[in-house]
Design a protein. Sequence first.
Length: 439
Amino acid sequence: MKKVVKFGGSSLASAEQFKKVGEIIREDKARRYVVPSAPGKRFSKDIKVTDMLYDCYETAVAGKDFSDKLKKIQERYQEIIDGLGLDFSLKDDFKIIEENFRKGAGMDYAASRGEFLNGKVMAAYLDIPFVDAAEVVRFNEDGSFNDEVTNELLSDRLSDLERAVIPGFYGAKEDGTVVTFSRGGSDISGSLVALAVHADLYENWTDVSGFLIADPRIVRNSKSIEIITYKELRELSYMGASVLHEDAIFPVRKAGIPINIRNTNAPQDKGTLIVESTCRKSKYTITGIAGTDGFAAITVEKAMMNSEVGFCRKVLQVFEDNGVSIEHMPSGIDTMTIFVRKDTFEEKEQKILSDINKAVHPDHIELESDLALIAVVGRGMKSTRGTAGRIFSALAHAHINVKMIDQGSSELNIIVGVRHEDFKNAIRALYEIFVLTQL
Ligand code: ASP
């Protein structure tokens, strides 16, 4: 059994957190490859080391004195090293970093040092080899990620190592220039390592016990999801549920490696297991509920629209030409409604309306903003009658008007559109009917 374990920033924010991580790793011999993030927040107003590095480097490139800022970063690591009682120093590394900052090594280089240094501390603490991600995670000349070469480099290097620490978030081009993934990218690194070593499991340790059925800021004490498929996860993430970086899914999914989201602060919890497919039914008909606010709807109305060949295409063309992505498109006999994200639509609104007028000469165009979409997602729906009925009765009981309904043919989700004011109540009503009142 081989496991890759990735630890997020809050799991490594202090010596206390490091000790919990040490215990987790020592508890299971299969946890052989460790991918750390940079130290995150120790308390809610704290600053992540990655953000401190960005800030410090900006000061450096502005030609100002950045020594105090760099010293503060060094202190964060020193506190961890001292708290762990390690006979180990990062002094020389900080000297090199200071020089490179002066030389203008780049924003990505600066940010990557958070993981690089934390990886070194972790390797010293666990007494296992450190592998610099710059040597084994490869980016192309144009800055795009090179998955093939990375997989070769990583599997070659790790095949000789029984155990290792590989810092997350960054890699390098062939010439050594450091490049980072987007924020939260250590999740991707963990996934790449799991693929390269053919891991049986990719454990992603964070500060929550997996995915919750509903957003805890809306539903207090939401229960968590035990097992979820990649497809379900994709539906929920699209609607804003986020625990894992989206790009972390592809490498392991392709290789059939499950991901287990675990909580460093509650290691006894099983967390959420993400799998390609499963016979295990979820406890409830639904797996999760997620929603996003901030949609606008444009309804185009024209008598006899249904018999006008090419009508929809012409309307859609307008959105394409204006570079606005369409999220949903419910239609009636003489109407079609287009849902778009308000922030991408707003500034182009008048141009789009005039283009639609020119393209299809509608009788009427109606605009509605401040809409929210809520997805009720679950593989269990396919085999259960009455899911839609329960959704609408829950919303009706909560006095919520449904503005739109959309069920994909896969029967994996039902999306409802509601007014912004009803958004949170709608999620609570759905949670109540599916999770609290009926199993
Ligand atoms: N440290 C980086 C960030 O804060 C990457 C990560 O933690 O995954 O985004």
